[in-house]
Design a protein around this ligand. Structure first.
Ligand code: ATP
Ligand code: MG
Length: 427
């Protein structure tokens, strides 16, 4: 890739709905903003419908007048999604089947307990010579193709799929060609919703265009991506980041769990090791996810002693000695059972702390009193046991992840000896 001041950049937004008066086309605004952050300017912006002929024309024009082309939308599995095929046609390149890509897409369906529809197979094809980016929030992969004459990037249409893919894979690549010194930082937050974060920091959004703030929301986690670009030196850019980071830290306090890229399980692991403490876990609805996340961290054997999955009532009684009377009286998804599970986990493994999770991940099994998403998370410590009642939104997988996130975050806050500030979850 060779990108310089003269290189023309074009965005193509694909989708017939974009040409109606009812639709706000926002992808190109986001892309333009982030390109500008890097000191790169957009020369052309094309909106085109789903018809193959029109799309082909738009792509041909873009190839002839622009060097970097970023197209969004039309990567889905359905008949009207034609961006990939049409670009291949314009470039006279073959589509190549990628077995590992198909596996990734199939796994995504399996996790949601769905059969992959046959039409999705087409998303496992990439254009000859291109690289692909996996899509964490959907099925359509992104593509990057450098033909020598053009660099073409294909991105999925839904903004919640496009943005994380860009933040992770596209901007770091283009940064190298920036006319500025660019410094970035990611602040990771647990325990607050995106809208809460927004209201807490909205007045900190800088007026200067040299610093940009992007908030990305995932289940159980919000991330603030800070980018600064300076003309003179890297030090200047880093100084700008430091200033805004300090303001954010003052505002969001210990709701921020990481400023250096670490995941929550790594932060908790470091704290446990630092304090020379150990942990045991008892899980019901998360089916081992919490133990899995903890043990994804190298060296976790230093502090993680035991994890049990007690899915049935019988398992809770047999493996953890939970009293049948408590189960009978309050039900498996209850404050009392969560409390007993955390205490039993701690005691059985002779650990410093016990964490437990019991809830209803859905989509079935909910009732008016105990809705889908109701999850009790408990932490047993030397000072007693704390239980938090949560009602998590989203599908089964999201409920499970948020449950594990909550458990890790309870322990993190405890280990940091800080109160659960600002967070207004029902306790
Ligand atoms: P999918 O697999 O979801 O079909 P796709 O890559 O084919 O992904 P599209 O079908 O083009 O994407 O768009 C899916 C949805 O994403 C649209 O219905 C719209 O809500 C949103 N979207 C697409 N393009 C844009 C855009 N340019 N600006 C804002 N939202 C968009
Ligand atoms: Mg589509």
């Amino acid at each position: 890739m060779r990108l310089n001041r003269e290189s023309k950049i074009e965005i193509i937004a694909v989708g017939s709905e974009l040409l109606t008066p009812f639709f706000n086309e926002t992808n190109s605004l986001y892309l333009t903003q982030r390109l500008n952050d890097l000191g790169l300017e957009v020369s052309f912006k094309t909106l085109v419908g789903d018809e193959r002929e029109n799309l082909l024309k738009a792509i041909r024009v873009a190839l002839s007048r622009s060097y970097l082309i970023i197209a969004t939308g039309g990567l889905g599995p359905t008949e009207d999604d034609k961006t990939r095929e049409t670009l291949a046609e314009a470039l006279q390149r073959k589509l190549i089947f990628k077995e590992d890509l198909l596996k990734t897409i199939e796994r995504r369906f399996k996790r949601r307990r769905l059969e992959m529809p046959a039409v999705n197979k087409k998303q496992a094809y990439i254009i000859e010579g291109s690289e692909f980016f996996k899509n964490k929030n959907g099925t359509a992969p992104g593509l990057w193709l450098d033909t020598g004459n053009n660099v073409i990037v294909l991105l999925p249409g839904p903004p919640h799929e496009l943005k994380p893919m860009c933040e992770e894979s596209i901007w770091p690549r283009l940064e190298k060609f920036s006319r500025f010194y660019v410094s970035r930082k990611v602040l990771k937050i647990a325990g607050l919703t995106e809208s809460k974060v927004e209201t807490l920091i909205s007045d900190l959004y800088p007026k200067a265009i040299s610093v940009s703030i992007n908030t990305l929301a995932y289940p159980g986690q919000v991330e603030i991506h800070l980018t600064a670009h300076a003309l003179k030196s890297m030090k200047e850019a880093e100084g700008m980041i430091k200033k805004i980071e300090e303001q954010m830290l003052a505002r969001l306090g210990n709701n921020i769990f990481s400023t250096s890229g670490e995941e929550l399980e790594e932060v908790v692991g470091k704290l446990l090791r630092f304090k020379n403490k150990t942990l045991a876990v008892a899980e019901s609805c998360t089916g081992g996810l919490l133990s899995n996340r903890i043990t994804n961290v190298p060296g976790s054997a230093d502090y993680f002693l035991q994890g049990v999955v007690v899915y049935s009532n019988k398992a809770k009684i047999d493996s953890l000695d939970i009293s049948p009377a408590i189960l009978q009286k309050h039900g498996a998804v209850s404050l009392q059972v969560a409390e007993a599970m955390a205490e039993a986990a701690k005691k059985r493994a002779n650990a410093s702390y016990g964490l437990s999770i019991t809830g209803i991940a859905g989509p079935t099994g909910g009732s008016a009193q105990k809705p889908v998403g109701l999850v009790y998370v408990a932490l047993a410590t030397e000072k007693g046991t704390k239980v938090i009642k949560n009602i998590f939104p989203g599908n089964r997988k999201n409920v499970k992840f948020q449950s594990s996130q909550k458990a890790l975050d309870m322990l993190r806050r405890y280990l940091q000896k800080m109160p659960t500030v600002i967070n207004k979850t029902k306790e």
